[in-house]
Design a binder for this molecule. Structure first.
Ligand code: BV8
Ligand code: ZN
Length: 255
């Protein structure tokens, strides 16, 4: 894959690079993307009903079972070359801000320090009522007997069901994370948008905001997305292939 001298120069000259990622960056780790039809056990379920307060209220055991199934997949997965290249890129520019919509911990496991988490995390659940943190038992959960449904644990403080600490449809994003992400989008010289369909708001506003300021947007995605018109560069390919090659080309291009 070739990269234009113009793109390599923009990367070399960037004082502050923002990296915005979605489920596609974890696809090559074997984690199904959010919009991929749910697979196997969950093929007859729709993510947007499971990832919602209404879904949890209606059937906490089904939603908790789905998140435990996803968490188990993440615990069994490894970061892929895209996660490692993004972590390594931080050493190649004065400042890098990583913003992720993903709820897995593969960026951290690849060495990225404290990503801005717009939609929360699979790994730190909380009480659905008093928000007390719930410590998950170490290791990989056993396969739930009932196949899908797993009763959520109860809060030690108030007895309410524990829920995933993720942002569901209709819920506000954590204000501090949203503010930090906005600040990075306002300040960066260049933003990568990697592995996101850019369909979910307000996160999807970030690359469009960067483009509106006249800063550079570099999209990495094998498919077209709503961002194609905003991106100065559309690198059509899998992140696990493109990102390591781009990092190599950047390092080779330095005098
Ligand atoms: C809010 C939970 C108020 C955690 C998720 C109409 C217009 C505008 C907005 C709305 C609207 N109607 C409703 C809304 C609001 C709504 C929304 O956006 N709905 C959408 C569906 C229309 N948003 C909300 O409710 C948000 N809250 O707005 O509150 C507010 C307003 C302003 C400021 C603050 C608050 C809450 C949104 C959070 C929803 N939670 N998940 C979980 O269970 O994971 S969303 C879900 O989608 C995931 O979090 C996921 O991260 C996110 C985005 O999806 P992607 O990451 O993009 O994944 P997707 O599968 O879509 O795409 C994968 C891409 O990867 C594809 O393009 C594919 O081609 C590519 N790919 C595949 N393989 C690879 C690859 N790329 C690279 N390499 C590969 N190998
Ligand atoms: Zn509680």
């Amino acid at each position: 894959m070739e990269f234009s001298d113009e793109l390599l120069a923009s990367l070399r000259d960037a004082r502050h690079i923002a990296v915005f990622t979605g489920a596609g960056v974890s696809a090559e780790s074997g984690i199904p993307t959010f919009r991929d039809a749910l697979t196997g056990l969950w093929e007859n379920y729709d993510a947007s009903t499971l990832a919602s307060p209404e879904g949890f209220a209606a059937d906490p055991a089904l939603v908790w079972g789905w998140y435990e199934w996803r968490r188990t997949r993440v615990l069994r997965a490894e970061p892929n070359p895209a996660h490692y290249a993004i972590a390594a890129l931080a050493a190649d520019c004065p400042r890098l801000t990583l913003i992720t919509q993903n709820v897995d911990d593969l960026h951290e496991r690849a060495g990225s320090a404290d990503p801005i988490r717009l939609h929360g995390s699979l790994h730190h659940p909380r009480c659905s009522a008093c928000e007390a943190p719930y410590r998950l038992p170490p290791g990989i959960p056993d396969k739930p007997e009932g196949g899908r449904r797993v009763d959520p644990p109860r809060c030690a403080r108030c007895g309410a069901p524990v829920r995933p600490r993720v942002v569901w449809l209709g819920e506000n994003l954590p204000q501090a994370a949203w503010d930090a992400a906005r600040q990075a989008a306002e300040a960066c010289d260049l933003m990568f948008s990697i592995g996101t369909s850019a369909l979910v708001w307000p996160a999807a506003q970030l690359p469009a905001l960067v483009a509106r300021r006249g800063a550079t947007v570099v999209q990495v995605n094998p498919a077209e997305t709503a961002l194609d018109g905003h991106a100065g560069y559309n690198l059509r390919g899998a992140a696990g292939k493109v990102m390591p090659l781009l990092l190599q080309a950047l390092r080779r291009s330095r005098p």
